[in-house]
Design a protein around this ligand. Structure first.
Ligand SMILES: Nc1ncnc2c1ncn2[C@@H]1O[C@H](COP(=O)(O)OP(=O)(O)OP(=O)(O)O)[C@@H](O)[C@H]1O
Ligand SMILES: [Mg+2]
Length: 205
């Protein structure tokens, strides 16, 4: 499980996460809801071990540091990719897999996320929704137990959303824990076991 205990994040004197405690089990799915600025990205990036909390602690299956981080697939809200590489090259560049498994996973994700038509294109020539799919795919090029996605459907069309839904369903049924953020309820809500709502860095639901 991912355990975030008593997490506090201060930006100067501003409190963006106000003593948040959250547990994500394997096979479980949680959605973090909340308005702009409510603290969703702050919390998910601390749980993904990308952002250091001001105080509090995150463990993943009891582990910390690199070993803990390797168990997490994290796709940030802001798309981060190698702009001059193609889609396929990006998948390999971000991957921690090797050999046949690496190739098979790339092919699987290209098919699942409907990226076949643009897989050989440079990323800086893609549309916003296409880039968002690649952003998700690169996060999934590893051997992780937990998937943390910050607004995975932002800019994604209806068909793309159904592709992501179907992919996450399979990941959940093979035992992955899933945590995602959304502004508004989406097509992914029925897949979610728990809904948490943030406001001003605190849970209000
Ligand atoms: N680097 C930073 N320095 C100062 N304040 C920050 C910084 N990053 C975030 N904040 C503030 O912390 C609060 C929470 O931001 P956060 O990005 O976690 O919100 P969010 O819920 O993800 O919002 P959105 O829906 O817009 O993505 C906001 O008030 C924001 O202005
Ligand atoms: Mg955010």
């Amino acid at each position: 499980m991912i355990e975030g205990k008593d997490l506090v994040k201060k930006y100067g004197s501003f409190l963006a996460a106000d003593h948040l405690t959250l547990t994500l089990n394997m096979g479980e799915s949680i959605v973090l809801l909340g308005a702009n600025g409510s603290g969703k990205s702050t919390l998910i990036s601390m749980l993904a071990l990308i952002m250091q909390p001001t105080s509090g602690e995150v463990t993943v299956d009891g582990l910390k540091g690199k070993a803990a981080k390797e168990k997490i697939a994290y796709a940030p809200q802001d798309v981060v990719l190698f702009e001059e590489l193609t889609v396929t090259e990006n998948l390999y560049a971000w991957s921690s897999l090797k050999g046949a498994e690496n190739k098979a996973r790339a092919e699987y994700l290209i098919a699942e996320l409907d990226m076949t038509a643009f897989q050989k294109k440079r990323v800086d020539r893609l549309s916003g929704g296409q880039r968002r799919r690649v952003n998700l795919a690169v996060a999934l090029m590893g051997n992780y137990s937990y998937i943390l996605l910050d607004e995975p459907l932002a800019g994604i069309d209806e068909y793309g959303a159904t592709c992501i839904e179907s992919l996450l369903k399979k990941e959940k049924s093979r035992g992955c824990g899933i945590l995602l953020t959304e502004h508004n309820p989406t097509i992914l809500m029925p897949l979610m076991d728990r809904k948490l709502k943030l406001d001003g860095g605190r849970f209000i639901e």
